[in-house]
Design a protein around this ligand. Sequence first.
Ligand SMILES: [Zn+2]
Length: 272
Amino acid sequence: MSTLERFRDDAYTGERRCWPCTVVNVGIVGLVVAAAIVLDYPVVAGVVGVVGLGAIWARGYVVPYTPRFAPQLVAALPIGSDPFHADGGAQVPDEDGTLADEEMDGETVLTRLVEAGVVVPEGEDLVLADDFYDRWHARMDAHREASAEELAGRIRDLVPGASVSVEDGARGPYVVVSQSGTASLSDAWLTRPVAIAEVAAVEALDGTGLDEGTRLAAAEPLRTFLDVCPDCGGAVEVTTTVECCGGSAGATDPDEVLACTECDTRLFTFPN
Ligand SMILES: [Zn+2]
C-alpha cells in the first residue's frame, strides 16, 4: 500500500464524497490562504493551499471533525434541504418500501414462518431452512437481470388490487406499490434489489401453506436473512446510514441497516 493510499480515506471521497464537507473545507482553506497573503506570508499561503486542497481531495476534508458539523451547517443554510444530492430524481420516502399492504405484527409473521418450516431455530438464532434458502435464492437469481418495469409487472400479479408504477429516484429506479393509484410519498417505494428480494421471497413461499397475506407480510422480515445482494451478488453487512457524513444532511442518529458492500444499497433498515 502506498503512502497516498494509506492517506486516502474512502469514507468521504469518490462516490461517497461529502459535498458539504468539501465545500466548507475549501472555504476554510481559502480564508487561511487569504489571511496569510494579507499578513505577507506567501510561502505559508502556498503550503496551506497545496496541502489543504490535497488533503480535501484525498481524504474528503482537512478540518478535524468536519463530517460531524458540515452537514448540519449546510442543512441550516436557507438553501433548501441538501442541495448537493438533489439531482432531479423523484423525491423518495426515507422508509423502506415493502410489498405488504397492511403491516402484520412481526412476531406473528415469524411464528407462522417457523410453523411452516421456512425459518428454523438454531441455538439462540433463527435461520432459513435449507430448502427455502435454495428456493428463494433460485428465484432471486431468476430475477437478477429483470428491469424495474419487469419487476413491477410481476408485483402486479402478486399483489392484487395495488397499482404499481416505476419512478426514477436520484439513486436509480423505484417500483412504487400504491393503493391510491398515483405514486405518493405514503406509498411503498422499493429499490430494485429490494423488489427482487421480495418478489423472489413471495414466489418461494408459494406452496408452504401460508396464506397470501402472510406471504406478502413475510417478504420484509425475510430481508434480514439476506447474505448476498439480490441485485449484484455482493457481500452484505450490518452498517449505518453513513452514506455521506451520516446519511442525509443533518442526520445525527443514523439508522442501523443491512447494506450491500458492493453497490452500496440499503437492503433492510432495523427498527430503532
Ligand atoms: Zn449489491
